[in-house]
Design a protein around this ligand. Structure first.
Ligand code: FAD
Length: 461
């Protein structure tokens, strides 16, 4: 299959689908979308588990009930997505150690909260004074104490790693604290648990590809097309896929994850310039893994204020964050544990049975030896997946706004979008959404229109 179009969008996640919508709104309809998998949605993806639908990737609409309206929340309303408000307020009363549950940890909680307030204030001051960036850990040290007991460490892990999937040692203070997501859109998080899958929120954006009954029927959407080569010049692009197809266009919008850009999956000709590669390699692709477990019956606490619970191990980040689904999937007896970073890498490489054995040992120390064995386990492997190579980007210490701008910058007719190109909201669905709008807008539509004028004298409207 060979064809010639105005624009090639690579990737049918939130950013690629939004870019297509924006092109459409600007009068450019002669585009195609090349997507490697057989689905729309990318990192918003559900899977059947023990007869229920669970989310392997994004799970929350993050940043709700604040000053500005999060566009993802608007989409969720449009499709009447089933969600529930996550309640983290009682967390420090739900901490377990290797020898069982702890009494409510009011002290440790107060310390973590006070320290986080200090860290945020310091960040605001550094920004106001135009001072250099520091890591979150440096800010914690300057507070006077760093979390060091298992309980302090797990509360700290929840606050930072639980959100950014990398430890305070790695994360940029000025670009993660306070997170613009929560500052602008609000502090609340809504957990998606919808039998249609969270990816249903993309449907209102993708109406230009659908039939009246919501099926993806438009032939411009080309699934199971793994792009492996992009030749770009000042005049246009030629994109090749693994099945031997070649597509030429006046421009391409590349929305593959930062992890894919850091890999060798796509051969760029000529090589991407060093300033671009440097920005790509400097930014971080973090790993966030939710491991789902199905039990024959519940042995965890249920009722208000029990949804989230923490395991405080001597080793920071060892099966730390737990969540039950009593409200969302009441009779399912499914719980899940979240790990990140090196623990995720380790778990992706060992067998599911090895991981299950580790998890059962942890659960037995939390709840006693008499708990039942898990009936099923589900472990997403985002890091090993060549189409993602991680879960979402995190802004590490050492990357300036100038370097970030280089991550976003186009090269000739090759444009970059995706969550990792959103300066305020990298790592989030809404970041992907805004990046798709930006990529579809001004510059690219302007250039394509200009080129049409030069070549044919007819201007697109
Ligand atoms: P993607 O969704 O990755 O879309 C890019 C598309 O490109 C994919 O469909 C991919 O298949 C395709 N592709 C890749 N390589 C090629 C190739 N060579 N050729 C053709 N196609 C290719 N965000 C939140 O807001 N809230 C959350 O709770 C949340 N939790 C998360 C938890 C996990 C485990 C993960 C993985 C992500 C989470 N995120 C969360 C982040 C959110 O999912 C992403 O920021 C967002 O979905 C990214 O959209 P995107 O369009 O930028 O990229």
């Amino acid at each position: 299959e060979d064809s010639n179009v105005d624009v090639i969008i690579i990737g049918a996640g939130m950013s690629g689908i939004t870019a297509g919508k924006t092109l459409t709104a600007n009068g450019i309809t002669n585009f195609i979308i090349l997507e490697a998998t057989d689905k729309v949605g990318g990192r918003i993806r559900n899977s059947d588990f023990a007869g229920y639908e669970v989310e392997l990737g994004a799970n929350w609409v993050e940043g709700v009930n604040g000053e500005q309206l999060n566009p993802v929340w608007t989409l969720a309303q449009q499709v009447k997505l089933r969600t529930s408000l996550s309640d983290f307020s009682n967390l420090s009363s739900n901490v377990y150690t290797a020898s069982g549950p702890l009494p409510p940890q009011t002290d440790a909680d107060a310390i973590t909260t006070a320290q986080n307030e200090y860290v945020i204030n310091l960040s605001v001051n550094l920004t106001a004074n135009g001072d250099d960036d520091i890591s979150v850990l440096t800010a914690q040290r300057s507070y006077g104490s760093v979390p060091s007991t298992p309980v302090e460490m797990v509360l700290d892990y929840f606050l930072y790693d639980g959100e950014y999937a990398e430890p305070p040692r790695v994360s940029s203070l000025k670009n993660t604290q306070p997170g613009p997501t929560f500052k602008n859109f609000g502090e609340d998080l809504y957990f998606a648990a919808d039998p249609r899958g969270f990816a249903t929120i993309i449907k209102p954006v993708a109406s230009y590809l659908q039939s009246k009954d919501g099926k993806y029927v438009d032939p411009r959407l080309k699934l199971e097309k793994v792009v492996n080569k992009i030749v770009y010049t000042k005049e246009g692009v030629t994109v090749s896929t693994e099945d031997g197809s070649t597509y030429t266009a006046k421009a391409a919008i590349l929305t593959v994850s930062l992890g894919v850009l850091q890999s060798k999956l796509i051969d760029f000709q000529p090589d991407l310039p060093f300033w671009k590669l440097e920005a790509i390699f400097e930014f971080d692709m973090a790993i966030y893994t939710k491991i789902f477990l199905k039990f024959p019956y519940k042995f965890w606490r249920t009722g208000p204020g029990t949804e989230f619970f923490l395991y405080a191990d001597d080793s920071r980040g060892y099966y730390p964050i737990w969540q039950h689904l009593e409200r969302e999937l009441p009779e399912s007896n499914i719980i899940f544990v979240t790990v990140t970073d090196d623990e995720s890498r380790k778990i992706e490489q060992q067998s599911n049975n090895e991981t299950l054995a580790e998890i059962m040992e942890v659960l037995k120390s939390m709840f006693g030896p008499d708990i039942p064995e898990a009936e099923e386990i589900l472990i997403p492997r985002w890091w090993s997946d060549r189409l993602y190579k991680g879960s979402f980007s995190n802004w590490p210490i050492g990357v300036t706004h100038h370097e970030f701008a280089q991550l976003q910058a186009p090269i000739d007719r090759l444009y970059f979008a995706g969550e990792h190109t959103s300066a305020l909201y990298n790592g989030y669905i809404h970041g992907a959404y805004f990046s798709g709008i930006d990529a579809g807008k001004d510059e690219i539509t302007g250039k394509i229109n200009l080129r049409c004028t030069n070549q044919t004298g007819i201007r697109h409207t």
